[in-house]
Design a protein around this ligand. Structure first.
Ligand SMILES: C[S@@+](CC[C@H](N)C(=O)[O-])C[C@H]1O[C@@H](n2cnc3c(N)ncnc32)[C@H](O)[C@@H]1O
Length: 274
């Protein structure tokens, strides 16, 4: 089992689909700066439901050789439905799945290394799959805390702390495990990568929200990440206040407010094999 509970049987494909639809413009923008070209060999390590595999194809060109790997059988099934037969999607642990050494021009890996018990070992292994001067692009969401409730910073802070405590209890983790990705540059240096660069994009949405934003925030965050599971970690009055903001039937529903303002970051760190 990975640090955050991933197994071959685990399935959060719906949440991955919601996030990828929601953040599609910024994810596409992040990839554009990578100089992908037709004919390149590209790997998505932790490909989830496969949207990035399609984007790699669209960005690089029709003759790029593209491969995805993911631990979860359900995510792999979803990814195979997303792509056409020219993209190979393998099910397995990215540390052990058989892939040819020194063969890829670029490896993309978003929001996945932070799920590994030893991210530096993961990066070192991925580097063995790169040809000389090949690059690894590691994407990580939310190195800065998100803005959800611009009008109630106290409840936002308490909600963030409740989520952290939920994960600590659920997976027996410490703060340093959950916040480890903040040292993404340290991970890249530790794995022996060089010419390391970093760029952070802002994912920002204001009212009125489009359909993808409404679905991701309501289903993915308000119900999926928060919901009833935060009840033990909030004072009763705070949990009631949070429920009012998150329920579409409530007059206080956050996503209907004309001052609703959401900010999240997506950081892409790129390093080259030495
Ligand atoms: C947060 S999701 C991100 C998925 C995708 N990169 C995206 O951005 O939508 C993390 C993914 O990593 C996969 N994963 C976790 N540990 C893994 C491992 N050791 N080997 C391969 N995949 C793994 C999970 O199954 C999940 O699909």
């Amino acid at each position: 089992m990975s640090l955050l509970g991933d197994t071959a049987e685990r399935d959060y494909a719906r949440k991955l689909r919601l996030f990828n639809a929601f953040a599609a413009p910024e994810l596409a923008q992040a990839m554009l700066g990578l100089g992908l070209r037709d004919g390149m060999r590209l790997l998505d390590a932790g490909c989830g439901t496969g949207e990035t595999l399609l984007r790699l194809r669209d960005t690089a060109g029709p003759h790029a050789e593209i491969c995805g790997v993911d631990l979860s059988s359900a995510h792999v099934r979803a990814a195979r439905e997303t792509v056409d037969g020219s993209v190979i999607v393998l099910q397995g642990d990215l540390l052990t799945v058989p892939l040819p050494a020194a063969s890829f021009d670029l490896i993309w890996s978003a929001n996945t290394l932070n799920h590994l018990h030893d991210p530096v070992a993961g990066l070192r292994h991925l580097a063995t799959l790169l040809r000389a001067h090949g690059r690894i692009a590691v994407g990580q969401s939310s190195l800065l805390p998100e803005l959800y409730f611009a009008w109630d910073s106290r409840l936002e802070r308490l909600t963030r702390a409740a989520v952290r405590r939920y994960y600590e209890d659920r997976y027996g983790l410490e703060e340093c495990d959950l916040a480890g990705a903040r040292n993404l540059l340290g991970w890249m240096h530790g794995a022996g990568l060089r010419r390391i660069t970093s760029r952070t994009l802002v994912i920002e949405r204001t009212a009125p929200l489009d359909h993808a934003a409404q679905e991701y925030l309501l289903e993915g965050i308000f119900r999926g990440t928060w919901g009833e599971r935060l009840q033990p970690y909030l004072a009763p009055a705070d949990h009631t206040a949070l429920c009012r903001l998150c329920a579409p039937a409530s007059p206080e529903f956050a996503l209907r407010r004309r001052d609703f303002h959401f900010i999240q970051t997506f950081t892409l760190v790129v390093g080259e094999k030495s």
